[in-house]
Design a protein around this ligand. Structure first.
Ligand SMILES: *Cc1c(COP(=O)(O)O)cnc(C)c1O
Length: 379
């Protein structure tokens, strides 16, 4: 069994994907161009925002968003403590300071209450030189962050919301889709993400014309009206036409995949013995795109042993994430500032199970029953 079986999806979409890739190869246009513009239009429509600006990867999309919003040195950006490193890395890369906020132990996402506390603390005790600028919310494991509360907090404190939907593309709250909740939404098309290409890719989403134009300029060396009238220091962060063509094919079945993956998650939640482990909680009215299906183990269960026993049955598992951001070596100078007990505890107790839209019911039964058996006999 594979953790995320991308070959199964390819086998089903082989014909249209091969055709789309061959078309690009015969066209001789490999970077940007029509295919990329068409994809940007399709993605903007899908998300329900005015602009989509594609780029080379999800990490760059966060960097470009921060640059477009003029966030840099002496600025402070609030980020959840429990996420992939890239969320904070982008903040550090523009020279701003990430401030780590504890997460909700049930949803894994940034806690609105802890966010409010952390903002107040910085407003009261900050050194006055630093500007509180933005919040990067993460739609971790596919579930949107609590935007109803977060947007209210952001507004009250004059902060901008940047949505890191690298794992949440395709998710929604009610009918509103991920990537539309912030002033800028960012996503990744890394192969294992909900909508993945066959290499690196990413995109930004916004309703703001001027921000979209700035992102378009920055992703192409800060170009001005023409390619050779550079106005800003940007970077080379463009999407390949082949990736755009592949994404266009995958987008045509994406909603079906989201339905399928939700069915799988429901089945897991029904089958797993929740008297021994904690199954993931999706907030009322929220719809996850299930980038990961992550359970929380109690202290009595040794995570490493469980992983080994599952691997013996060829069931791969992953730990997302083993270290809270504030304890990463690169952020050692902040390590003593923070108390993020939920994030720390999650890092020690989470386990992500295989999930993807093309898993069979037999496979889900097998994984769930194997886990139940191991934890019931070992206690
Ligand atoms: C994957 C990921 C990114 C970075 O995306 P890349 O395309 O790999 O650069 C950023 N944030 C989160 C939460 C991610 O999961």
């Amino acid at each position: 069994m594979q953790f995320r079986d991308l070959k199964r999806q390819y086998n089903i979409l082989k014909e249209p994907i091969n055709k789309a890739v061959t078309e690009v190869m015969s066209s001789g246009a490999f970077i940007m161009g029509n295919k990329v513009e068409e994809l940007e239009q399709s993605l903007a429509e899908y998300v329900g925002v005015k602009h989509c600006v594609s780029c080379a990867n999800g990490t760059d999309s966060l960097y470009l968003a921060l640059r477009a919003l003029n966030i840099g040195e002496d600025d402070i950006v609030f980020v959840p403590d429990f996420t992939f490193f890239a969320t904070a890395e982008a903040v550090s890369r523009v020279g701003a300071q990430p401030v780590f906020v504890d997460v909700d132990p049930n949803t894994f996402n940034i806690s609105p209450e802890k966010l409010e506390e952390e903002i107040s603390l910085w407003e009261e005790t900050g050194d006055g030189c630093q500007d509180l600028k933005a919040i990067i919310t993460v739609d971790l494991f596919g579930q949107p962050a609590d935007y109803i509360k977060i947007q209210e907090i952001a507004k009250r404190h004059g902060l901008v919301v940047i949505e890191d939907a690298a794992q949440g593309f395709g998710s929604r709250i009610g009918e509103q889709k991920a990537c539309s909740f912030g002033t800028i939404g960012c996503t990744s098309f890394f192969p294992a993400k909900p909508l993945g290409c066959y290499g690196d890719g990413g995109a930004l989403f916004t309703n703001d014309d001027s921000l979209a134009n700035t992102c378009r300029s920055l992703r192409q060396h800060g170009k001005g009206a023409s390619k050779y009238s550079n106005e800003k220091i940007g970077l080379n962060s463009r999407l390949d036409a082949i990736q755009a063509a592949i994404l266009q094919v995958k987008l045509s079945v994406f909603d079906q995949e989201i339905v399928a993956v939700n069915h799988i998650a429901e089945l897991y939640s029904k089958l797993l013995d929740d008297s021994l482990i904690t199954i993931p909680l999706v907030q009322e009215g929220f719809h996850s795109s299930w980038a990961q299906y992550t359970i929380i183990l109690p202290d009595e269960i040794n995570r490493e042993d469980l992983q080994t026993k599952l691997q013996e049955k060829e069931i791969p598992t992953q730990i997302y994430y083993p270290t809270p951001l504030h304890l990463l070596p690169v952020y050692h100078k902040y390590a003593t500032w923070y108390k993020c007990p939920n994030s720390l505890s999650l890092s020690q107790h989470v386990l992500s199970l295989p999930i993807h839209p093309y898993m069979t019911e037999e496979e889900i039964y097998f994984v769930a029953e194997t886990i139940n058996n191991i934890i019931r006999t070992n206690g």
